[in-house]
Design a protein around this ligand. Structure first.
Ligand SMILES: Cc1cc2nc3c(=O)[nH]c(=O)nc-3n(C[C@H](O)[C@H](O)[C@H](O)COP(=O)(O)OP(=O)(O)OC[C@H]3O[C@@H](n4cnc5c(N)ncnc54)[C@H](O)[C@@H]3O)c2cc1C
Length: 408
């Protein structure tokens, strides 16, 4: 066994590297190691944002997150905000650009730039990166921790758990970190589930025939009593398995959470978010000699329009003056409030993050040190915090990593 290390950080993802950099910068005399099971750490950074790495978002606030309480999330986000993130990367030579959506990407449009800058900064801060080193167990010892894995055993005075969640397990984040957190006394939320994940529809659902159709639509989670509890309007993609695209990814965790509490909860889609129901009713009532198909085609991709008419048994060639009241009502429903009989989701292999994890109530948020196991720090996606798409999840990783690194 080698000499004790001062700080062992488990996981060289966004959060772990950030903690390592700031721990090294804060006190360069200490021995800080980062252990990662992956042959090439940083896989998730490299695949993020379609290979461009959406580093953050200019509108980050706690309302874009779910999981632990929003005031708790805010407390950490405030310590390292978007301006600090931009400045941090600028100082590493990575300029960020803001896109129309508010998302920030490196000007190179290459995630590799972000990863290389973090690895360089960690080296520059005197951090040792050990990989592949899969940590199997962390055990509490008198005044530190014993770390066991597929490399030499290590004794560390302080340990940072930055093992991520379960999404894309082949990247190295396979959920083992949750078991280690539990073995050190933490609890986990009652449910862990894939978030920012595409949703599936029954094999014979007409949407699956429309693979490739993309449209701005509004997705809504409704309670069994039809109250809308969450809604996102954004690009929505019909696929061979069901639905994907930003609106679907964003709403996926809310739909799953609502279903778990109330099996009567529903997901509905409004294909015409720019037209309110009354206007639509009126438009259809006053079509006269024009056809339903012609009207729908003005607002929707043709394939989708035809399929929606067919789904409610209305011939697209029907003229307004022949449209019955019942048919008109069915059309309004299918266009504005189509119930989606979701059968499930694409699972962790396709999810961008994991919902659930170590509750923030078990962590001192000024430092990210565990309340149940002093000397242990818990950061990044392993915490019960998940954000919308758009750079929010990395911002959580940067902020929680920074707080731990500075205070450890
Ligand atoms: C396809 C995809 C695209 C994404 N795009 C974006 C985006 O553009 N913007 C954004 O904000 N978020 C994005 N995300 C989410 C973002 O990548 C994560 O929220 C973020 O990487 C979490 O950081 P982390 O450091 O907590 O965990 P991770 O990045 O998962 O890192 C955890 C590290 O711990 C290591 N590890 C795990 N267990 C062990 C063990 N037992 N022993 C040793 N090492 C271990 C893993 O190998 C891994 O390197 C995306 C996610 C995916 C999957």
């Amino acid at each position: 066994m080698s000499d004790p290390v001062d700080v062992a950080i488990i996981g060289a993802g966004a959060a772990g590297l950030m903690a390592a950099i700031w721990a090294g910068r804060t006190d360069s005399e200490r021995r800080i190691v980062v252990l990662d099971s992956a042959k090439k750490p940083g896989a998730k950074i490299l695949i993020s944002g379609g290979g461009r790495c959406n580093v953050t978002h200019d509108g980050v606030d706690e309302n874009a997150y779910a999981g632990s309480s929003r005031p708790a999330i805010r407390k950490v986000l405030r310590r390292f905000d978007v301006a600090q993130t931009v400045e941090f990367f600028r100082a590493l030579g990575v300029k960020l650009k803001r896109e129309e959506t508010g998302k920030l990407f490196p000007t190179t449009d290459k995630a590799r730039t972000v990863l290389d800058s973090l690895l360089g900064a960690a080296r520059g801060a005197g951090v040792e990166l050990m990989h592949p080193y899969r940590v199997e167990a962390v055990e509490r010892q008198n005044d530190g921790f014993l770390i066991r894995g597929d490399g030499d055993e290590l004794v560390a005075r302080k340990v940072v758990l930055a093992t991520g969640g379960r999404s894309i397990p082949k990247s190295g984040s396979d959920g083992h970190g949750y078991r280690m957190a539990q073995s050190l006394g933490h609890t986990l939320t009652p449910r862990l589930f894939p978030a920012l994940v595409p949703l599936t529809l029954p094999r014979d659902h007409f949407i699956r025939e429309l693979a490739g159709v993309t449209i701005i639509a509004r997705l809504e989670v409704r309670t069994a009593t039809d109250k809308v509890i969450q809604s996102y309007t954004d690009s929505t993609l019909c696929t061979h398995f069901g639905l994907s695209g930003p609106s679907v990814l964003d709403i996926s965790r809310y739909y799953q959470a609502a279903q778990a509490d109330d099996p009567g909860a529903q997901l509905t889609v409004c294909w015409l978010p720019g037209i309110d129901d009354r206007q639509l009713e009126g438009d259809l009532r006053t079509l006269g000699r024009r056809t339903v198909g012609g009207y729908v085609a003005k607002h929707l991709p043709e394939r989708l329009g035809r399929a929606l008419c067919a789904a409610v048994g209305v011939d697209a060639g029907t003229t307004g003056d022949r449209l019955t009241r019942g048919a008109r009502q069915r059309l309004v429903m299918v266009l504005t409030q189509l119930r989606l009989p979701i059968t499930g989701n694409r699972g962790y292999d396709f999810a961008e993050v994991t919902a659930g994890g170590v509750p923030l109530s078990e962590i001192h948020l000024e430092t990210m040190e565990s309340r149940v196991c002093p000397g242990l720090y818990v950061i990044g996606e392993i915490c019960d915090v998940d954000g919308r798409i758009g750079g929010y999840n990395f911002q959580w990783a940067w902020a929680s990593g920074y707080v731990a690194g500075k205070s450890i």
